[in-house]
Write a protein that binds this ligand. Structure first.
Ligand code: CA2
Length: 147
């Protein structure tokens, strides 16, 4: 059965590949989305990707996922550390949600160590760059196949 998975990328991730490659890798957001689509094709998963620099747009997209997708991969970027609105929106979902960060937020500045999502998602994958998104897709499939 084909599964539909939504990927939400938060603020500034549209600029990936243009600077700070030592922290975030050299891949662009288009590279990450293409890798996810390919990875999904080998697993009968349809991947839809969305990026926004606006918190409210991200909240709306999360709400719209209800009934449309079976899993959510989300990198809320800086909103990870600030947004109760995104946390509350994720709490509306019954589908598996995996939080991804390109960098290992736990070995960076102290303010990046706290995530408003970490205790309301199925799991967090950090520090593996682009590969982390592919791992998140497999983690969601694993959860869906168990249920
Ligand atoms: O490691 C991650 O994936 C982050 O979510 C990335 C966020 C950061 O605020 C989080 O603490 C960790 C920052 C995204 C900034 O994206 C850039 C894009 C191009 C060049 C530089 C940064």
């Amino acid at each position: 059965m084909t599964h539909k998975i939504l990927v939400i990328h938060g603020p500034n991730l549209n600029m990936l590949g243009t600077r700070e490659p030592e922290t975030y890798g050299a891949a662009t957001l288009a590279d990450i989305n293409a890798a996810l689509v390919l990875h999904g094709q080998t697993r009968d998963v349809e991947v839809t990707a969305f990026q926004s620099n606006l918190e409210g747009e991200m909240v709306e997209k999360i709400q719209q996922a209800i009934g449309m997708y079976e899993g959510l991969i989300i990198n809320p970027a800086a909103y990870t550390h600030t947004s109760i609105a995104i946390r509350d929106a994720v709490l509306l979902l019954t589908m598996p949600v995996v939080e991804v960060h390109l960098s290992n937020i736990h070995k960076r500045e102290p303010f990046r160590r706290h995530s408003y999502l970490s205790d309301v998602v199925a799991g967090q994958i950090v520090g593996f760059g682009m590969q982390g998104y592919l791992m998140a897709l497999d983690a969601i499939l694993h959860i869906l196949q168990k249920s």
